[in-house]
Design a protein around this ligand. Structure first.
Ligand code: DMJ
Length: 808
C-alpha cells in the first residue's frame, strides 16, 4: 500500500508501482491482469479476514468505496483473470461483510461490494457478445453454425466492449478461460437475482463438455470465431486446469448432480489415460489417450488439493509427492519441467554441436554434463511464487493431519523468509537455473500462496473449523459459500434496483458522461440489455446431455423422435430429459456374478462417489513419509531430470523430509524405503472403438458385510491397463523378491504378469480382477485363455491376479 497503491501491483525489489503498459496494447503479460484497477487490493480483501485482521478488512473496504463506483475504465483486460481476481475478490468480501454468521461481518455494510461486482460482471459478460445471432464471424466470413457461438472472447475493454480489442489477441481461448467463469458468474447471479450470468456460463460449459473426445478428454485450446478446438492435447495444467476444478466446485457450492457427473467422468478419464505409473498426469492426445509431451507444468500442482476435495486422498498423496520432489531439487517449481531428457539428441543440442551416433554423456566433462542436464530438464525457467504446492499441501494436511505436510509448508515458508523476501514484498524467481530474481509480485502471492501457508499453520482459524458447510476456495483462493441463509443475508435484487434507478452513484456518473465525447456508459448498458434479450431469444435452450441406451433408442423410435444409435451422446431439452431418466437405470443385480444373492456389483469401482477418508484427528507420526516404501523411487526414476542448480547445492536441508528435527520427532525410527523395482512395467490397451466409458467394470462385494472380492469385468474390451512382468530374482513393485516358488504355483518357471492398474484403478496387492467367462475377447485367437485353476493367460503367460468368473 505504501509503494504501490493505487496502482495494480508493487515492484517488490525496486519499490515502485507496477502498472499496465499503455504504449503497447498487445503486451498481454502485463495488461491482461493489470487493468489499472488496483488489482492487488481487490484480490486481497478476504486475505485480511483469513489473517484475522478485521481493521485491515474494514479499511480496505472503505478505500475501495472511496475509489470505485463502477468499472468504466478504458482498459483491455483478460476476462478470466479479471473474473477470478477482481470479481471473485469482490464476491468473497461481500459474503464476509454481509453474513453475520462469520466473525468479521461489517455492521453498517450496505452491499456496495455486490453492486460493484454486478457492474463488473455486466462488463465481463459482454465478452460473450460474439455475434451470437449474426451470420458473420470475427474475420467477416459467413457462418455455417447458426446455433449461437457462446465462446467468449478472451479479452474485453471494460469501457468499450470486446469489439474494440485488437483482433489478433482475440482469435483463440483456452478451455479454462471459457469454462471457469461459471463459479463467480453463478454466485453473482444468485446474489444479484440476475440469472443471465449463470445461464450463459452454464450453457457454455455444457456445450464445451459435450464436444469432448470419445475418451471423455477435452483439448486445451478453442477458437472464438467458430466452435472448434485447435489442438489435441490435454492434461491437468495450464489451459485446462480449472475446467476440472470448477466442475467439482460448482457441484459442491450449488449442490448440482449434473456437474458432479462431469467431474467424475472427466476425472476417471484422466486416471485412465493421463495418470502414469509415477502417479503424475502426463499430457496426452485426446483422441488416442497416448502420451503427447514430455513435460508437466507448475500449475498442475494444485490438483492434489482438488483430489482431496473429491475424497481421493490416496491419489492426492501420490501426486503431491512429485511436486514436493521438484521443490526439493529446485527450491521452487519450474514453470515447465521436462521429465524425460534421456535422449542424447536433445542433450547435445545444448552443447552446441550435433549429436553423433554413439555419443554418450561420459564423453562430456562433469560440469558441462550437469549444465546440460539442468538446462534440458527445465523447459520454462521461472517461478513467480505460485501458490499451487502450498494450496495442495494445505488441503492434504486438513485431510490427513500428517505432520509431513506441516514440514513441507515450513520448507516453503523458509524460502519465502530467507530468499524471496524483498524490501517491498516478495520477488519471484526469473530463472531457477541461476537464481536470478524477478522484480514482480503478482496479486496471487498474497491472495493464495501466503493465504494457504497461513491457513496451514493457523489451526484455530475460523475457516479450519467444522460447520463451514459447503465453503470452497475459488481458483484464486477466495472463500465462497452458498445456502439459504446466504440468500437472506447477502442477496440483493439488483435487477429491480437498477430498473427503479435507485443506484444513485450510477445516475450521477451517467449524467456527467452525457457531456463527454462518446457516451460509452449508456452504450454499455444498452449492449448489456440487448445481449441479454438476444441470449434468451436465440441461444438459450435448456438442453442437457444423455447417453443413448437400448431402451432410450426404442423410446425415441416409438415416439417418432428420430433414430439414435446405441452408445452415442445426444442433447435433449429438460422436459424430455425428465421423461427418459428412468430408462437409464440399469438393473445391476441382474448381471454377472450378482445372480448369487450374497453378492452385489458396484459400478463405482473407483470409489469416486464415496468419501475415502475418515476425519483426520491428531497426529503422532508421519505415515506419508515414514511408511511409504516408495518414497525415494521418483528420485531414482528421474535422476537425469531432477537436478539441483549449482547455487543451491551448498544449501543444507533442501531435502525437506530429512530436516533433523522433523526426522527425529515424527518418523520414530520407522522410516523404510525399498530399493526401486527391477521388474518391467508395460501398458496394454484393449480397445472397443475408443468407447472406454462404456466398458463395464464393477466391484463385487458380499452383501452382508460389504467385503470386496475384487473387480468384475463383463467383457475384456475398453480397457487400459498397466502390467508388471516379473521373473525369478526380480524385486517387484511391492518391494519383494520374486522367487522360483511363486512362479511354480502357476506351472511356469520363467515369467508372470500382474495387473497393477486398470481403467484408472490401482489394484491393491492380493486383490483379484474377475473376468466373466462370457467375455467375447476371452478366446485363444486373441491370445487370451485361462488354465484349470481359472487363471487368465496372456500369450501363454499367467496373469497372477486375473481370474475367470464362471457364470452359472
Ligand atoms: C492463479 O491466478 C490462479 O490459481 C489460477 O487459476 C491459475 N494460476 C494462478 C497462480 O499460479
Amino acid at each position: 500500500m505504501t509503494y504501490g497503491f493505487p496502482f495494480d501491483e508493487v515492484k517488490p525489489i525496486s519499490c515502485v508501482p507496477n502498472k499496465r503498459n499503455i504504449r503497447d496494447p498487445t503486451d498481454t503479460v502485463r495488461n491482461d491482469v493489470m487493468g489499472n484497477f488496483t488489482v492487488t487490493l481487490f484480490d486481497n480483501l478476504d486475505t485480511f479476514i483469513v489473517m484475522n485482521d478485521s481493521e485491515g478488512f474494514q479499511k480496505s473496504v472503505e478505500t475501495i468505496k472511496s475509489l470505485y463506483t463502477k468499472f468504466d475504465i478504458d482498459s483491455t483486460v483478460q476476462v478470466f483473470e479479471t473474473n477470478i481476481r477482481v470479481l471473485g475478490g469482490l464476491l468473497s468480501a461481500h459474503l464476509f461483510a454481509s453474513d453475520p454468521r462469520k466473525s468479521h461481518s461489517l455492521p453498517h455494510y450496505d452491499g456496495f461490494l455486490l453492486r460493484l461486482a454486478y457492474d463488473l460482471g455486466k462488463r465481463l459478460l459482454l465478452a460473450f457478445d460474439n455475434n451470437m445471432n449474426e451470420n458473420f464471424d470475427l474475420n467477416g466470413k459467413k457462418r455455417t453454425d447458426t446455433s449461437g457461438i457462446l465462446i467468449p472472447f478472451p479479452r474485453t475493454n471494460l469501457l468499450k466492449g470486446p469489439k474494440k480489442v485488437p483482433k489478433k489477441i482475440q482469435t483463440e481461448q483456452c478451455v479454462s478461460g471459457v469454462t471457469s467463469l461459471i463459479l463467480e458468474f453463478s454466485l453473482l447471479s444468485r446474489l444479484s437475482h440476475d440469472p443471465i450470468f449463470e445461464d450463459i456460463t452454464r450453457q457454455t460449459f455444457l456445450k464445451v463438455w459435450y464436444s469432448r473426445s470419445p475418451l471423455d478428454l477435452l483439448p486445451m485450446t478453442i477458437q472464438t470465431s467458430k466452435f472448434a478446438f485447435t489442438d489435441r492435447l490435454t492434461g491437468i495444467g495450464a489451459s485446462v486446469d480449472s475446467f476440472y476444478e470448477y466442475a467439482l466446485k460448482y457441484s459442491i457450492l450449488f449442490d448440482d448432480e449434473q456437474f458432479y457427473q462431469i467431474w467424475s467422468k472427466s476425472y476417471k478419464a484422466l486416471l485412465t489415460h493421463s495418470q502414469n505409473t509415477s502417479g503424475f498426469f502426463a499430457n496426452v492426445n485426446v483422441a488416442t489417450g497416448m502420451e503427447a509431451s514430455e513435460w508437466i507444468d507448475s500449475l498442475g500442482a494444485f490438483f492434489p488439493g482438488l483430489q482431496v476435495l473429491a475424497g481421493d486422498v490416496k491419489n492426492a498423496v501420490r501426486l503431491h509427492k512429485v511436486y514436493m520432489k521438484l521443490w526439493n531439487y529446485y527450491g521452487a517449481i519450474p514453470e515447465r519441467w521436462n521429465y524425460n531428457t534421456q535422449r542424447p539428441q536433445s542433450l547435445f543440442k545444448y552443447l552446441g554441436r550435433p549429436y553423433r551416433e554413439g555419443d554418450t554423456l561420459e564423453d562430456v566433462d562433469i560440469s558441462s554434463t550437469d549444465e546440460v542436464l539442468l538446462r534440458s530438464s527445465i523447459a520454462l525457467e521461472w517461478y513467480p511464487l505460485r501458490p499451487e504446492l502450498a494450496e495442495s499441501t494445505y488441503h492434504l494436511y486438513r485431510a490427513t493431519k500428517d505432520p509431513f505436510y506441516l514440514r513441507v509448508g515450513e520448507a516453503i515458508l523458509k524460502r519465502f523468509r530467507e530468499e524471496f523476501i524483498a524490501p517491498c514484498g516478495f520477488g519471484g524467481v526469473l530463472d531457477i537455473r541461476s537464481g536470478a530474481r524477478q522484480d514482480r509480485m503478482e496479486s496471487f502471492v498474497l491472495s493464495e500462496t501466503l493465504k494457504y501457508l497461513y491457513l496451514l499453520f493457523d489451526e484455530s482459524n475460523e475457516l479450519n473449523q467444522n460447520g463451514n458447510g459447503n465453503l470452497i476456495f475459488s481458483t484464486e483462493g477466495h472463500p465462497f459459500w452458498y445456502d439459504k441463509k446466504v440468500k437472506e443475508y447477502s442477496g440483493i435484487d439488483l435487477v429491480s434496483e437498477v430498473k427503479k434507478g435507485v443506484n444513485e452513484s450510477n445516475c450521477e456518473s451517467s449524467f456527467l458522461k452525457l457531456f463527454s465525447e462518446t457516451n460509452w456508459d449508456l452504450q454499455f448498458e444498452d449492449s448489456f440489455a440487448s445481449f441479454k434479450s438476444n441470449f434468451y431469444e436465440y441461444a438459450q435452450d435448456n438442453w442437457t446431455e444423455i447417453f443413448v441406451t437400448r431402451s432410450v433408442q426404442q423410446y425415441f423410435q416409438s415416439q417418432g423422435l428420430g433414430n439414435l444409435s446405441e452408445g452415442q451422446r445426444a442433447l435433449v431439452d429438460l422436459n424430455l430429459y425428465r421423461k427418459i431418466t428412468p430408462l437409464f437405470e440399469e438393473k445391476l443385480h441382474k448381471i454377472g456374478p450378482a445372480t448369487d444373492a450374497n453378492l452385489v456389483l458396484d459400478r463405482d469401482y473407483l470409489k469416486l462417489e464415496k468419501c475415502q477418508t475418515k476425519a483426520a484427528t491428531e497426529f503422532i507420526y508421519s505415515t506419508v513419509f515414514s511408511r511409504d516404501p516408495s518414497f525415494y523411487h521418483l528420485d531414482d526414476a528421474y535422476s537425469i531430470t531432477l537436478r539441483r542448480p549449482e547455487y543451491l547445492s551448498q544449501n543444507q536441508n533442501l531435502e525437506l523430509e530429512l530436516e533433523p528435527d522433523f526426522y527425529d520427532k515424527f518418523t520414530a525410527g520407522n522410516s523404510v524405503c525399498n530399493a526401486s523395482p527391477d521388474s518391467s512395467i508395460f501398458e496394454a490397451v484393449m480397445d472397443n472403438g475408443g468407447l472406454f466409458h462404456r466398458a463395464k467394470i464393477s466391484r463385487v462385494e458380499r452383501r452382508n458385510d460389504s467385503k470386496s472380492l475384487g473387480l468384475y469385468i463383463e467383457d475384456l474390451a475398453g480397457f487400459r491397463s498397466v502390467f508388471e512382468s516379473v521373473e525369478d530374482g526380480d524385486l517387484d513393485v511391492h518391494g519383494e523378491y520374486v522367487n522360483e516358488d511363486s512362479l511354480k504355483q502357476f506351472n511356469c518357471t520363467e515369467k508372470l504378469f500382474r495387473v497393477l492398474k486398470i481403467n484408472g484403478y490401482w489394484v491393491p496387492e492380493g486383490e483379484t480382477i474377475w473376468v466373466s467367462s462370457n467375455s467375447k475377447r476371452l478366446n485363444i485367437s486373441e491370445g487370451i485363455e485361462y488354465n484349470d485353476g481359472g487363471v487368465i493367460l496372456v500369450n501363454s503367460i499367467p496373469v497372477e491376479n486375473m481370474k475367470v468368473w464362471n457364470e452359472r
